[in-house]
Design a protein around this ligand. Structure first.
Ligand SMILES: Cc1cc2nc3c(=O)[nH]c(=O)nc-3n(C[C@H](O)[C@H](O)[C@H](O)COP(=O)(O)OP(=O)(O)OC[C@H]3O[C@@H](n4cnc5c(N)ncnc54)[C@H](O)[C@@H]3O)c2cc1C
Ligand code: SF4
Length: 508
């Protein structure tokens, strides 16, 4: 029997309120945090520990281990933005983001990397000098039990290691934020054993025990600002007042909330420079079972092609494949889909994550609002990106062939499982165009970038909004570029560093 620490805490009297049940009311706090993911969780714990009266407001529901039953349909509906169907505005890129207490950390795959030194050096050249981040990485690694995964990789990840080894490519073991992991492979559906050290079962749990007030199922519509000073926010029937508001609604939600509140900056940077680590995917069928739905989703990576050029590169990782999401990725119907899915137990999935935002050729996208005030993301796809996608697909297919694959299929509407002999030549003939090539992302970053002036950033290098007093940002939207590695640890560490500065200097 697994104890649900959240259900237990609520029974014990934690301050937890569901938005649907709330009456019209106005409440006052020292600090309000919007969004409960990587940035929101770290912020909540630090502020409560410092003795502040804190409200945490989350648009998604509160779900915990009693609710997590490894059911894809239920998880995508309960825990993801737009039921896991979020897309860029032209439909070319599918975007996975969390929408529940714990944010994307509730459903992420636990891969944990420090921000690469090359990325921090690039930011320094842009004027965004964060100082020595090593103590903040170490602090969050200790807090979330981030350690190299010492269990042998599942067959899906082992194929990546084997292929890289055969080709002489760099590959390494991924660290994970888990404690007592059962190696189930269902991290994306909410961890049923509480092994994943998501924000829900770590920082938010501690903050609730320390007096945090949590409002879930409560989308924040607007910030309240008077004469350049933040005063609180409106969320449905709720008016919350505070002179300090910390935005942690993620790299789409945070700029969208600023825009919805009429807080566009003069330089037009709010929502600009949104990076995605856009991903292309290659499937391969093996003679032996791979069972890509079982075991730690990601435990092997290759950075061989990440830093060969300063302006661009890509990281290779494995892609966990469960039946429902695999069907959506394949975009096939009837007998075609049935034939491909019948091979799922023998299928390996690899992804290449492109490092965007480091050059004018790969500038990222822009968040704006649609007619209903809801966020939309324009992410133009250009030749530079498609060239990189083609190189990345060829590289992944070579790795899969070297690992022993008998058939290969890049995720593209015009591809089918090709034999290893013909696959690379066939790839050269695929049209690298939007809509036909499958592109996705689970790493949304930027949109409220740090900069050294209001002309170069929405926030300063400590996360303070340039235009509004008392308004602070503390999530992935602060990044001036993509990270070049899975971003969660970068967000945890940056959020912890910022909170420390804010408390020291009396900003919160
Ligand atoms: C399926 C998946 C797998 C991933 N795997 C990894 C991985 O293995 N390793 C890794 O490093 N990263 C991974 N990531 C990415 C990582 O989890 C995110 O980069 C990180 O959680 C982002 O933190 P954040 O605080 O910026 O936003 P989030 O964690 O997304 O939190 C933002 C929160 O704000 C809420 N919100 C938005 N708007 C509003 C509003 N108006 N009112 C109230 N609340 C609002 C959202 O519902 C959400 O809960 C993955 C992500 C996904 C979706
Ligand atoms: S693999 Fe580990 S962390 Fe992921 S869902 Fe299973 S038990 Fe939880």
């Amino acid at each position: 029997m697994i104890t649900d620490p959240i259900a237990q805490g609520i029974q014990g009297g934690w301050q937890v309120h569901g938005g649907q049940a709330l009456q019209e009311q106005t409440l006052s706090f020292d600090v309000i945090i919007v969004g409960s993911g990587a940035g929101g969780g770290v912020s909540a714990e630090a502020l409560v520990k410092a003795g502040r009266k804190v409200a945490l407001v989350e648009m998604g529901p509160l779900k915990s281990s009693n609710d997590f039953n490894m059911d894809e349909a239920q998880a995508y509906g309960d825990l993801y933005q737009d039921n896991a169907l979020r897309q860029s505005s032209d439909g070319a890129i599918s975007i996975l983001q969390g929408r529940a207490v714990g944010g994307s950390t509730l459903v992420n795959w636990t891969s944990s990397f420090r921000t690469p030194p090359q990325t921090l050096a690039h930011w320094q050249r842009l004027g965004v000098d964060l100082g020595d981040m090593a103590p903040w990485f170490a602090k969050m690694e200790a807090r979330l039990n981030i350690q190299p995964w010492t269990v042998p990789p599942n067959a899906n990840n082992a194929a990546l290691a084997r292929g890289c080894q055969a080709l002489g490519l760099h590959h390494g073991t991924i660290a994970r934020n888990v404690f007592g992991c059962w190696n189930l492979g269902y991290c994306g559906m909410g961890c049923p054993t509480n092994a994943k050290q998501s924000m829900l079962v770590t920082t938010i749990k501690e903050a609730l025990a320390g007096g945090l007030t949590l409002f879930h199922s409560c989308p924040v519509e607007q910030l309240l600002v008077e004469k350049g000073q933040v005063r609180g926010l409106k969320a449905g029937r709720l008016t919350l007042l505070a002179d300090k508001v910390v935005l942690c609604a993620g790299a789409i939600g945070t700029p969208a909330l600023l825009l919805r509140s009429g807080l566009e900056d003069d330089a037009g940077r709010t929502g600009a420079g949104t990076c995605l680590h856009p991903v292309v995917m290659s499937f391969a069928q093996f003679d032996d079972k791979v069972e890509p739905y079982l075991g730690a989703p990601q435990s092997v990576y290759s950075d061989h092609f990440q830093w060969l050029e300063p302006e661009q590169g890509f990281k290779m990782e494995a892609l966990p494949l469960h039946p429902m999401i695999t069907s959506a990725l394949l975009r096939r119907r009837g007998p075609d889909l049935k034939a491909l899915l019948s091979q799922l137990p023998y299928t390996n999935g690899l992804i290449a994550l492109v490092r965007d935002g480091f050059s004018a050729a790969l500038p990222g996208g822009r968040v704006s609002l649609d007619a209903d005030g809801q966020p939309q993301l324009d992410y133009p796809l250009n030749d530079a990106l498609f060239d990189l996608f083609a190189t990345a697909l060829k590289t992944m297919m070579r790795v899969q062939i070297a690992a022993g694959a008998r058939r290969l299929m890049p995720l593209h509407l015009d591809a089918e499982p090709w034999t290893a002999d013909e696959a690379l030549a066939k790839l050269d003939n695929l049209p690298m165009v939007a809509q036909r090539l499958a592109i996705s992302s689970a790493h949304v970053m930027g949109g409220c970038a740090m900069g050294t002036s209001p002309e170069s950033g929405v926030c300063d290098t400590q996360g303070r909004h340039y235009g509004v007093k008392g308004l602070l940002v503390n999530d992935g939207s602060l990044f001036p570029t993509s990270i070049g590695a899975n971003p969660q640890l970068s967000i945890y560490a940056l959020a912890a560093r910022n909170l420390n500065l804010w408390l020291e200097k009396g900003y919160v």
